[in-house]
Write a protein that binds this ligand. Structure first.
Ligand SMILES: [Fe+2]
Length: 286
């Protein structure tokens, strides 16, 4: 019996050691039972993704419960969830999705780390900032991703960064200070999909689950020494995003996926060297 258990343990251990490839679905702003969310759900299932990252706004109508909205997303593990500005209570959201706190770190294997921030916070920003800076300073992982709901700079006419001015004024400089350590940031809140660079920091914006709004191209100095540049814009259809990371090859890729037919509208290599696939050019820059 003991021998059998030991064998099983060793087999499991060797399988874990061999796991070098990780895939995640990323969806944001999906907190209502609408056709876009259904398409995104079905797309994530069809992609075979089981580990999900949610970028906020998990519940728009406070007459709904989390179970009402998310109860049939049974195929997934909530790998990481960030709070947005639409929720029941932070406590209920954390309990439903198994979040350890309103901000936290989560690892996949030894080499991939996610830092999840609570950009909705008005009460613990300094505490988060101290934690965030410490996390970034100490991080030794090959891949480091930051997930937060509110875009740190204004991307569209629908929202401005000043909606969370206090948060961004404190958190943003920390992100930029450690930009070379961050593989990419992920945001939602604005209901469209696009790829940006903030200087050399790659910024994946994926908020087109319920709506697909029009957005323009940005190429502007958002602050002295910081250039915000649109790298790619979607075609105004429902989108979700998948993140594939292989810590053996050192390659991390993000794919923007059209929910209606799972076609790739843009594939971006985040690491080891940032580049956009030719698919990204098939959508004309507007
Ligand atoms: Fe939002």
């Amino acid at each position: 019996m003991f021998k059998k258990s030991l064998m099983l343990f060793l087999v499991l251990l060797s399988q874990q050691a061999a796991a070098t490839s990780y895939s995640f679905g990323f969806a944001s702003d999906a907190g209502m039972k609408l056709p876009g969310a259904k398409l995104v759900h079905d797309g994530l299932v069809a992609e075979g993704l089981t580990e999900l990252i949610l970028g906020g706004d998990q519940l728009y109508n406070t007459k709904d419960s989390y179970e009402d909205v998310w109860g049939d997303w049974t195929e997934f593990n909530w790998f990481a969830v960030a709070h947005g500005n639409h929720y029941l209570t932070l406590e209920q959201e954390q309990k439903y999705f198994g979040m350890p706190s309103d901000y936290y770190a989560k690892n996949a294997g030894k080499n991939i780390r996610f830092l999840i921030l609570n950009s909705e916070s008005e009460t613990n920003i300094n505490e988060q900032a101290a934690w965030y800076e410490n996390q970034l300073a100490q991080a030794k992982e090959q891949f480091l991703f930051v997930v937060l709901h509110h875009p740190p700079y204004t991307l569209s006419k629908y929202h401005t960064w000043e909606e969370r001015e206090e948060f961004h004024k404190i958190i943003r400089p920390i992100t930029m200070k450690y930009q070379s350590k961050i593989t990419s940031i992920f945001t939602g809140h604005d209901h469209f999909a696009a790829l940006y660079r903030l200087n050399d920091l790659t910024w994946v914006h994926s908020g087109a689950a319920l709506q697909h709004k029009a957005v323009g191209v940005a190429k502007t100095d958002v602050e002295p020494g910081i250039m915000l540049k649109t790298e790619w814009l979607y075609d105004q259809t429902y989108h979700f995003t998948r993140l594939d990371v292989n810590d053996a090859t050192g390659v991390a890729k993000v794919s923007f996926i059209r929910a209606k037919d799972l076609s790739r509208s843009c594939i971006v290599t985040l690491a080891p060297v940032y580049s956009m696939d030719e698919t990204c050019e098939s959508v004309a820059m507007r």
